[in-house]
Write a protein of this length. Structure first.
Length: 479
């Protein structure tokens, strides 16, 4: 026992490495990233499975991964007219014909999901109820048969009446299954469909491998055997998403003053010019008015707008009067152009898109390479657009998590990447997106898991769609 104390605190590699629990062994087998992953939903109807699927698809695609959703309901409707297959008796487990048909559609969708991975896809989202252990076992066997792919179960568990009711209303309003019924008939029929599934439903068990259970759309989460990419990205994203609505405003930092560029002639430390200060005042007024309007309409007590800026003084000053607290993130700083931008494109760019034309004149060889692979082409000594995506992931998860209005003040290249997410534009095309100075893009979540976007030009008189409050004198005085 003489060396006990030291060994206890400093550790002994020899002892620890030999004691491997079953769980540790399983973990070591599961940790290497599989070539492809099936994210398979589990849950009764109207538990938000399709909402979660759409959100996850957008998020994974934005991360540069080939991702596709396979919705079994769509396969059913394509095969059997929704006027018949959308009715609750089609989901009656004692109706052997429809049970066989539903099984056939589910297997067709699964086969397509696996084919998608065979053809180079990275993530296939299998959007179905997958409500029994036996069904899930069969799916797991099919997915893992070749030893190349793994499966993650994402179970949506909802027992809060309001959340279920919200999901039911969204479903009857938008699903083609209910288009031929009145809202009242549709709600009644959907209740019966849910009752049919409840008779056979079994929650995911610990023995079923990797899973994430989301209770009432993220108020509580349980995760098992989640490693690698799933633990690092998918789990935090699933914990962040919710069905609440709030506006998210994205805008570029106000113009800097050339005199404040300092000895290096770089805009990194510059402060706002007169034009930039005027923009900041208009932005404060815009945010104040729109936030007020949002809170009045929501009927909830007003809370502070969540403000995220880059760490550039111009960006921070642009947002200074919009909230008491500003969350400065270096992840929102512009892409690092390495040696290529020095002296002419350090940070600020006046045009609506990055100065690609000028880049082409100065560095035509680089521009040629960049256009061939804009996501992975690296600015020599600097970053790739993909690096910007990776560093913005945590900001995006924070923004998804916010339940009150959000303002993001950043720069053209980073905003292009964020806009690709909100607008559902392939991230490889982000570099082309235009965002003029003095423009605010307002994005609002939709019930289906997407976003609507609207542009507000703050150069013009601020049309904020409500009564404009005046900036208070303390605000005015701070510029
Ligand atoms: C559906 O047909 O709408 C879903 C089928 C299922 O996954 O049970």
């Amino acid at each position: 026992m003489s060396a006990g104390g030291d060994a206890y605190y400093n550790g002994s590699a020899e002892v620890g490495s030999k004691i491997l629990s079953d769980r540790q062994l399983l973990r070591e087998q599961l940790t290497p990233n599989a070539r492809g992953l099936i994210v398979a939903m589990v849950g009764l109807p109207a538990r938000g499975k399709s909402f979660i699927s759409r959100k996850v698809e957008r998020f994974l695609k934005w991360g540069g991964n080939r991702t596709q959703t396979f919705n079994v309901g769509k396969y059913r409707r394509d095969a059997v007219d929704p006027e018949r297959s959308g009715k609750s008796d089609f989901f009656d487990n004692s109706n052997s014909d429809s049970v066989a048909q539903r099984m056939q559609m589910a297997m067709a969708a699964l086969a397509d999901a696996i084919k998608f991975l065979d053809e180079g896809g990275k993530f296939a989202i299998f959007d179905a109820t997958n409500s029994t252990v036996a069904r899930r076992q069969m799916i797991t066997e099919k997915v893992t048969a070749g030893g190349q792919y793994s499966i993650l179960w994402v179970e949506a568990v909802c027992d809060e009446r309001e959340v279920v009711l919200f999901n039911m209303l969204t479903k009857v309003r938008y699903s083609p299954d209910f288009q031929h019924m009145t809202e009242e008939q549709a709600m009644q029929d959907l209740k019966q469909r849910i009752a049919n599934y409840e008779k056979i439903y079994e929650t995911v068990q610990d023995s079923e491998g990797a899973f994430i259970k989301l209770f009432n759309l993220s108020s509580k989460v349980m995760a098992n055997h989640c490693y690698g990419r799933v633990a690092k990205s998918i789990l935090p994203f699933l914990m962040a998403i919710h069905i609440g609505s709030r506006p998210i405003w994205l805008t570029r930092a106000g113009a800097g003053s050339p005199e404040s560029k300092g000895q290096h002639g770089s805009d990194r430390a510059s402060s706002l010019s007169q034009e930039g200060q005027d923009f900041a005042k208009r932005l404060a007024k815009f945010v104040k008015t729109r936030a007020q309007r949002y809170w009045e309409r929501s009927g909830k007590p007003q809370e502070e707008t969540q403000v995220f800026t880059s760490t550039m003084p111009r960006a921070v000053s642009s947002a200074r009067c919009t909230a008491a607290l500003i969350d400065q993130r270096s992840a929102l700083n512009p892409i690092d152009k390495g040696v290529l931008g020095a002296g002419w494109w350090d940070v600020e760019c006046a045009e609506d898109v990055p100065p690609w034309k000028e880049m082409d004149k100065r560095h035509p060889e680089f521009m040629k390479q960049f256009q061939q692979d804009p996501l992975y082409c690296q600015f020599p000594g600097g970053e790739r657009y993909m690096d910007v995506v990776m560093r913005l992931e945590s900001v995006l998860i924070d923004v998804e998590m916010c339940t009150s209005p959000v303002l993001i003040v950043s720069h053209i290249t980073t905003l292009q990447v964020l806009l690709a997410y909100f607008k559902g534009i392939p991230v490889e095309e982000a570099w082309k997106l235009s965002l003029p100075k003095n423009m605010v893009v307002e994005v609002s979540p939709t019930e289906g898991g997407g976003f609507l976007s609207e542009e507000h030009d703050l150069c013009l008189s601020i049309d904020v769609g409500g009564n404009e409050p005046a900036l208070d004198s303390a605000m005015e005085a701070s510029f």
